[in-house]
Design a binder for this molecule. Sequence first.
Ligand SMILES: [Zn+2]
Length: 320
Amino acid sequence: MDKFLCGIDLGGTKINTVIITNKGEMVSSYTLPTLAHEGPEKVIQRMKETVYKVLEDAKLDVSDLEGIGVASPGPLDAKKGIVLNPPNLPGWIDITLAKILEDEFKIPVKLQNDANCAALAEYYFGAGNRTKNFVYITISTGIGGGAIIDGKLYDGANSNAAEFGHASINFDGEKCQCGSYGCFEMYASGTALANFAAKEIEKGRESVIKDIAKDGKITAKDVFEAYKMGDNLAKELIEREAFYLGVGIANIIMNYNPEVIALGGGVANGFDILYPIMIKTVEERCYKASFEGCKIVKAKLGQNSGAIGAAVLNIVFSKN
Ligand SMILES: [Zn+2]
């Protein structure tokens, strides 16, 4: 009988762990808060705890698993299984995570960038539907993604490929924390949308956004909420968001010539609202053939995509 696959999505706020079959069916899942401020040792302890819990819930033994995959924030070294120094995991410096978990569970452990894992999950079991040339873009706090080229995850020389959010779309723009200027995510991420809203309101623009925002802190979700209420400022901001997304996606299409692009992350919840202006902008800025050969769709797997993709690493890289 085929073995089961275990995936851990190590996020800045939560650890989400799943066991799936090799057809992508969910067997069990469990989530714990990361409590990242407590440092790597305690976080890793909680990661182990989630694995024992999903095994117990699924009535399985470690020996029933093909292996464990971990989706981690970057930067990391996937080949060596080392988490380098992610900004949202304080105290993590060159942590040999794969080895630490292998020592605990005595089965192979693979590590990969979280957005790449989500891309793999969508490719295998979600919106990608195993189309050979597939791109996944996540639009939330930042913008990230992953690219499947000719049926294989392309992760580059050191697992940093497909950092779509840091393609510059304005060379005169503000400096980004990555070192470049006017990066895609500075215009089109959920954070950017919320910041643009806050700036307009500071200038005195009337809008229900500030009434919706809890504790005065505006989020992208608040802007979409206001849009649905017919708010004028929200309409302007969302239209601009859709335009920026179109510009960024056009670049991605010209780079990768994919058959399918799936959009995930919080902002993609507004997919239907964003679509008309986004698609028009993409069409204006791409080769006709590339545009016509590419479907832009909403991602399917939601919150579990990172963990499912991590589990899939056991199949994808099992021969390495
Ligand atoms: Zn950047």
